[in-house]
Design a protein. Sequence first.
Length: 223
Amino acid sequence: MYTCYHEFIWKAEKQHLELEISKAEGQLRNCRFRTGLLMREMIVCGGLLVVPLVMIFVDALFPVYSSGSIVGNMMAAGRETFDLVLQGFYICLFPFLVFFFVKAIIIWLINKYNRSEKKPLEEYDPYRKEFPKSEVSYAIEEEKLVRILSIYYTYRKKMEQIKDDLTEDEASMTPEELRTELDKLVYYEEVVPAEPFQREVRVRTMMITAIVSVIVIICIIYW
């Protein structure tokens, strides 16, 4: 028989479960959004690197010619000055653009190829003293969240089935037995958002950026 005591116990556990599901779903959306931002960052940084180089190359194909008149000389001088200013501005920004582009590529590679072996999910421990470590990549964070959500969705179906059985008198269970049954539901530690751009990746990115920047700047100067 389904009484108000059963309803109170069931609703309290259902609210707890829905809260955990809501948190995991929100973090999963945020994780996928960050992954999308990473791809957009690669596209934007790549465009800022390539488009000016194409413009410089096209500009070199059409050298400045002066007609010999005062107006022609002024226009030629103005264009040369404008080109030099733009090229100087681009050269100053180039190391930063390369840095962010290389950073985006490395993080993308980490997320695509650095998938660690699946580890057991950690059960929630209210007495745990140390804070869980952040995940090493967005891919691993997403994989853990998907696993947790699949388990929680199973819990949701199970709870709905228990309520239906009790309501329709297909099962007999005291409030204490219901509480014992719901206590078997295992909750897991929250997944700490990934920090893929950690110290070792940052140092590697800066080294690659420095090398690429020097090579390209030398090519632009001597070109």
